[in-house]
Design a protein around this ligand. Sequence first.
Ligand code: DGJ
Length: 736
Amino acid sequence: MYYNEICMSIAFNELEKTFNLQSKNTSYVLQIHRDGYLVHLYWGKKIKKVNAEELLALTGRGSFSPNPNPEDNELSLDTLPQEYPAYGNSDFRAPAYCIQLENGSTITDLRYESFTIKKGKTTLEGLPATYVESDDEAETLEITLADPLIKLKVVLSYTVYKDYDVITRNVKFINKGTSNLKLLRALSMSLDFDSNNYDFLHLHGAWARERHVERTSLLNGTQSIESRRGASSHAHNPFIALLSKDATEDYGDVYGFSLVYSGNFLAQAEVDQYYTTRVSIGINPFDFSWLLEPEQSFQTPEAVMVYSSNGLGEMSRTYHKLYRTRLCRGKFRDKTRPILVNNWEATYFNFNAEKIESIAKAGKELGIELFVLDDGWFGKRDNDDCSLGDWVVDAKKLPNGLDTLAKHVNELGLQFGLWFEPEMVSPDSDLYRRHPDWCLHVPDRIRSQARKQLVLDLSREDVCDYIVRSVCDILKSAPISYVKWDMNRNMTEIGSENLPRERQRETAHRYILGLYKVIDRITSKFPNVLFESCSGGGGRFDPGMLFYMPQTWTSDNTDAVERLKIQYGTSIVYPISTMGAHVSAIPNHQVHRNTSLKMRGDVAMSGNFGYELDLTKFTDKEKEVVKEQITHYKKLRELIQFGDFYRLLNPFKGNEAAWMVVSTDKTQAFAVYFRVLALPNAAIRKLQLKGLDSTKEYSVSHKSVTFGGDELMYSGLSIPELQGDYQSVVWTLKSI
Ligand code: DGJ
């Protein structure tokens, strides 16, 4: 039996009660199974139909997998592949949700009630999510499940994009009953694979070592990553993937799961006793609960699922395109980004207007377009001990104020940008002295400090209003074209003075909702300002922040060698156009390494390019190199920021790295190769390129002959002999 309306992206087969969600190359099939359980049948390469009976055969398994229906020994939820599983009714695997009732019990029972299919995609109340620009781009299936005993409705939403191999999911809980319900767990999705024959890939790290790629075999039991820090964090990124054992960059099955959320999350894969695998992702249930009073609803964040049958590279390109064009928003989404100089590593807190203007002047001579004034311009902030929350210009450093400084920088020919850390308060600040209750805290407990600061309680409206007001006042006071929105510590003693006792465990999520509201208000008030998010570098490099701010400071680690891994790992999910990357001084301030100016430039060019050092200290020779880098980037930035990204050599595997960007029409490309340490009598090597048009002929920079796209991809381009450590080679290609 074929689907009733196969031409649609989402088709319902009335007879078999199956839904087939079809994107360009994939199918995702689910079924209303007997007794109204919603089961998962298939996700992968596009297929016309799924024989449900075949897939669900042998789900009944003796006494240790119990049967919820005494009449039906063949049905156990413990063996049924499900779409949104509960706990306690015969499924012993990890549940997707858990609710405590007023009688203290945690048993609920969701069964199918109804469905709707509509064109387009609905927005998520208060939460960032991918979007459509026209209703023709996607279709959305909403399946309502219900537990009639407590009058709970749960709406599972699935959106399938026509032109991307993407399915997004989210869940809404609605309390239609007369009693309170307490959500203890409310994940955004759950999905059962019928085997464990996969590898588990995730991005882990630390401050200055973000998003390192780790791939391991799926093990029996649960493999999970999570954040309990109140931010998505440097330590783990809200993303996991399952890969077929043979999957490579260009080959094999890859299933990606990314969460559009910036707070505590959980992502896990559980291999059960029958070697099936349950994957889920969502808000971390750890220290979370949410009171749902009658008629209230709770919306989960969005999970973005990408399937690729052509390896990890294709999965990444799908995320890149979706996140670049249908997650990032605003004027700068499709605009090339300015080349900037940031004074942080040049001066730290030790600057005055004269110094700033001298750097800006040097920047103009080199071709730089934007000057960013980092931390230290407000309060009495000569170090990081004080003044967060007091967003008043430091008259000692900038006696003529921000407006005059910004105008001088403008007169020099550069735009002016400014750093803020609005979510924080220093105990040594006027704000804290006025409002000691405005930070996250628990009565009678210590208030742990990090970098001598506390976290403002963004679950409170008065605190949010204060932040919006103080940031907007500054933005109105001077010609500011760019904002770096920093956040430099994680949450401790999570509690809010404004919330009742039964809602204290909502604080961390309410904080994130407050944050989203605050940045939505500010960014919509200043649509002509380019916002870059930052959290001690990449501590909140996640899709949630990208919805409001189209770029992120990738890492505080600006060492070119370390950046190879950080940027390579970041590219697994996030587009090049979202990554801030700067050339900094040597010895590098984080790892004290001396790399060549050329390599530093080539690494930083594979992102939103900038400099973060004292430009006035360049020698004449260095100035020439930098001028050339800037001219080169200006010619290529449209391609680099908006082209298709291909990873060529993996820095986690050795001494080399390489990647390239190809324009969507395949007429232009930029490829770069890095070799970290010199090798004696190094091997003669060719680099095989990717993503080119095999029928096209290309000219390659510094080569006197032309090459076929097929030759460049299958035979390769020879890597010149390199001398010394920290070498890089760049090629630009044009079709002729
Ligand atoms: C952390 C950021 O990542 C740095 O770039 C810099 O802005 C400092 N904070 C300033 O305090």
